[in-house]
Design a protein around this ligand. Structure first.
Ligand SMILES: CC(C)(COP(=O)(O)OP(=O)(O)OC[C@H]1O[C@@H](n2cnc3c(N)ncnc32)[C@H](O)[C@@H]1OP(=O)(O)O)[C@@H](O)C(=O)NCCC(=O)NCCS
Length: 149
């Protein structure tokens, strides 16, 4: 297996990135309001990431630099047919490597309740890093953080 965590740059990668997010984080939860043109998607310190396995996009997240050595993971998702096969762990490992390269010392996430176990396995612990974010799509999320050494 050849893995690559790519910053989305081509039209094909962008289509795949949005398709995975729309399917796994919105339609799978009976939400019809996915907005691929959300302004947060194109902010300068926000990186749209696609995990490719042997050249095929299998997972996504957005990596937002929040300042002060903190980065947030937004909308982590593995495509349905490939869930529970290890891609989530590969994604977490490659994100951590990227974070270290960028001098990040703390990763934070608004975790969906049914994904808490995944983040715990990845070394995150519960921490209310910004309760003001727990609105809208994140209203029932649990805030978690991982400190990088
Ligand atoms: C949550 C998600 C990203 C995990 O990715 P994945 O590829 O399925 O995870 P992996 O197969 O790499 O599993 C890694 C570890 O986490 C565990 N795990 C994965 N999903 C889990 C879950 N929902 N609950 C509890 N543990 C979970 C696995 O058992 C595995 O543990 P192990 O390595 O100790 O055996 C993926 O299942 C997904 O996209 N789910 C739907 C969207 C979602 O909920 N995203 C999170 C939004 S905050």
């Amino acid at each position: 297996m050849v893995y690559e965590l790519a910053v989305v740059a081509t039209a094909d990668d962008l289509d795949r990135y949005h398709a995975i997010r729309r399917a796994e984080l919105f339609e799978a939860r009976s939400r019809r309001d996915y907005d691929s043109a959300h302004p947060d998607e194109i902010k300068p310190n926000h990186f749209r990431l696609l995990l490719k396995c042997n050249g095929i996009g299998v997972a996504t997240t957005r990596f937002d630099l929040l300042g002060d050595g903190v980065a947030a993971l937004r909308l982590v998702a593995v495509t349905r047919a490939e869930q529970r096969r290890g891609y989530g762990r590969v994604l977490a490992d490659l994100i951590e490597a990227l974070a270290r390269q960028k001098g990040i010392s703390k990763l934070v996430v608004n975790a969906a309740p049914d994904a808490i176990g995944y983040y715990e396995r990845m070394g995150f612990v519960r921490e209310a890093w910004d309760p003001a974010e727990l609105v809208g799509i994140s209203a029932d999320s649990i805030q978690m953080a991982k400190y990088l050494e």
